[in-house]
Design a protein around this ligand. Structure first.
Ligand code: ATP
Ligand code: MG
Length: 186
């Protein structure tokens, strides 16, 4: 049992805000961030959940979080920056705007947790300068948790983070031709 921490490992009730990264090519990154949002909501902690890439499905979480509107603000940003785009420059500008918005949210003092969902792609596609991002993370409010999701997190972000989990694909139903299911994929 020695690996299971007691509920108070700090000896203090003061919150130490963490930088948390869910990365990797397996499924579960956004789901994990949503799970954490729910867990925080249970403590009355307020989360701002920002989705940087707009998917084409009608995601269940969009309606689910409306029931937690006292604890969760949910934003789907940008034009849905993807490789299918017909105007990548406009998408990049929208994604950049979304990052500017996220920086304001991080420094607003309004939230206990901020989720930057699919944010890793903004660094990968050089929409946001990694140095600028690290600067924001280093100088974030001390008690704020910031959760970043997306594949291929940059090594410098992994270094800076307090908690990093890599989702590794072992099996995925889509690979066997099983189509996306409500409540599982969207
Ligand atoms: P989820 O939103 O289900 O937690 P995720 O955030 O880890 O997944 P993303 O990389 O954001 O995954 O991909 C979004 C979609 O792609 C999800 O519907 C997910 O099921 C699907 N997906 C994720 N990993 C794989 C994979 N290895 N093979 C096929 N599809 C995948
Ligand atoms: Mg995701």
């Amino acid at each position: 049992m020695e690996n299971i921490p007691s509920s108070d490992t700090t000896g203090s009730s003061k919150t130490r805000g963490l930088v948390i990264v869910f990365t990797g090519h397996g499924k579960g990154k956004t789901t994990a961030a949503l799970g954490m949002t729910m867990r925080a909501a249970g403590h009355g902690m307020k989360t701002c959940f920002i989705q940087f890439i707009k998917g084409s499905w009608k995601y269940g979480e969009l309606d689910a979080v409306k029931r937690f509107s006292d604890c969760v603000d949910f934003y789907v940003m940008g034009r849905g920056f993807t490789w299918k785009s017909n105007d990548i420059e406009k998408d990049k500008a929208a994604a950049r705007e979304a990052w500017n918005f996220a920086v304001k949210v991080i420094n607003s003092g309004k939230y206990a947790m901020v989720v930057l969902d699919e944010f890793t792609y903004l660094l990968l596609y050089e929409i946001v300068d990694p140095e600028e991002c690290m600067d924001v993370l280093r100088n974030k409010p001390e008690d704020l948790h910031v959760v970043i999701t997306g594949r291929d997190a940059l090594p410098e972000i992994v270094d800076l983070a307090d908690l990093v989990t890599e989702m590794r694909m072992i099996k995925h139903p889509l690979k066997n031709g099983i189509r996306a299911q409500h409540g599982i994929e969207f």
